[in-house]
Design a protein around this ligand. Structure first.
Ligand code: SF4
Ligand code: SF4
Length: 431
């Protein structure tokens, strides 16, 4: 941290002692996992800085934005249209958490067999550890998986009524799409009344350009990873895909593009994160919220390179651009609804489009293996693993299914399984 932020954190009603402990653990983990990597691009220095200030400078910026009257909107899902938030000059912040924190506290409210992501966002709040939650004016939930939608009822109590829930259909039928279009409009009205600002066509066009530019930068990064060797490690790319939920969008896009310019040069010179020909792995499944780096650290620590994430912290977040050629506000709302309906989350049934996405991605990234990652008790993704395996089998790409939580207890066991998987890939054996 560049300075002492204790006064700001106290003002946000945080538990300073526990927070200090958390920062110590995170700093050590970051040093061990990230800063120990060899041959990192220079452009990663910006993202290292962002992480070092993730509860410092960025929170200061958000507090300042709030003082200027901007509304801070917390979200948990890539289904929440960021364009609408930016169109009322709001600040959009992801609140999903990826650390094993406050689970005991959370388990007083929710069953033990709830996924770690839900336990963590609740745990962070209950333990007074998340400055982002504290700064929010509105927290947007969504009716995706059962765990989340029930947890939001309790989270509403914990946050003194800050929750607003978007109704996301279970299917992409015509009725489902009609429901979603209404939800997009209802959300825009909510934002207008919260901020006291009207969403105009001009503001929406501006906001859509900002979000599309961010998606384009991430698409560019994703494409660069299809080179052999990949010019960037999976760990570093994962970090960027996590930071996108926190950082200022314009600055983030500029920094990702700067990094991609450097990666272009690395591709030309043949420089990579690992040596050419090392196994290339596509990870697919549940989102990995910051600081969930476990699977990437194990896999890359075992000599492979992760070349893509078919995940909401990854491709699902930026895969489709918004057609922002709006002719009217009504047309804009329709196009926004259509764009978000293209996200292929396992909460939908059926969800065959996700399988095509995985097939495309594995082909484009020249994946030698697919690791299906599900957070323990994440029923939607655990269930879909069966179908993903069938896709991998049809492509003759080796497949490994992992279910884990945020604890470090199974690190040894996971490492053994991943190493065995990579060994089989190396020998050309299918598993
Ligand atoms: S996995 Fe589903 S519920 Fe989770 S962020 Fe993605 S779209 Fe939303
Ligand atoms: S990881 Fe799975 S169970 Fe957990 S909130 Fe996301 S979709 Fe729901």
């Amino acid at each position: 941290m560049s300075k002492d932020y204790r006064e700001m954190w106290s003002g946000l009603d945080m538990n300073l002692e526990a927070h200090n402990g958390l920062l110590g653990v995170l700093t050590d983990a970051y040093k061990n996992i990230y800063l120990s990597q060899k041959n990192r691009p220079e452009g990663m220095k910006y993202f290292d800085f962002v992480i070092s200030e993730v509860h410092g400078l960025r929170i200061e910026e958000i507090v300042e934005a709030k003082k200027q009257g901007r509304k801070i909107i917390g979200t948990f899902c890539v289904y929440v249209p960021e364009e609408l938030i930016l169109a009322v000059d709001g600040v959009c912040i992801g609140l999903c958490a990826g650390a094993d924190v406050g689970a005991d506290e959370a388990e007083k409210y929710i069953p033990r067999n709830t996924c770690a992501l839900i336990k963590a966002f609740m745990g962070f709040k209950l333990a007074g550890l998340c400055p982002y939650i504290q700064t929010t004016d509105l927290i947007v939930g969504e009716t995706t998986c059962d765990g989340k939608k029930k947890a939001y009822e309790l989270f509403d109590e914990m946050t003194n009524g800050k929750m607003y829930v978007m109704d996301i259909p279970n299917t992409k039928s015509d009725d489902g799409k009609a429901l979603w279009q209404n939800e997009v409009k209802r959300f825009s009205k909510k934002l207008e009344s919260l901020s006291g600002k009207k969403i105009t066509l001009e503001k929406l066009k501006e906001a859509s350009k900002i979000v599309n530019d961010k998606r384009k930068a991430l698409q560019r990064l994703s494409l660069l990873r299809s080179n052999d060797p990949s010019p960037i490690s999976g760990l570093d790319a994962l970090l960027i895909n996590q930071v996108v939920f926190y950082d200022d969008p314009l600055r983030f896009t500029a920094k990702v593009n700067e990094l991609c310019d450097e990666l272009d040069q690395r591709v030309k010179s043949g420089a990579g994160a690992a040596s050419k020909g090392s196994p290339r792995i596509l990870v697919s499944g549940s989102p990995m919220a910051i600081p969930n780096w476990k699977l990437h650290a194990i896999t890359e620590g075992s000599g492979a390179t992760i070349v893509g994430e078919e995940s909401c912290v990854g491709e699902r977040n930026f895969r489709s651009l918004l057609d922002d050629n709006f002719s009217s506000l009504e047309d804009a709302m329709q196009k926004i609804a259509d764009r978000y309906m293209k996200i292929n989350c396992a909460c939908f049934t059926p969800n065959n489009e996700r399988l095509s996405d995985i097939e495309d991605l594995a082909g484009r990234l020249k994946a030698d293996g697919i690791i299906h990652y599900a957070i323990q008790f994440c029923t939607p993704y655990m269930m879909e693993a069966y179908k993903v395996k069938k896709v991998a089998d049809a492509m003759k790409v080796p497949f490994l299914r992992i279910e884990t939580d945020y604890s470090m207890e199974d690190m040894g066991q996971l490492k053994t399984r991943v190493e065995a998987f990579l060994e089989m890939i190396g020998k050309g054996v299918r598993v």
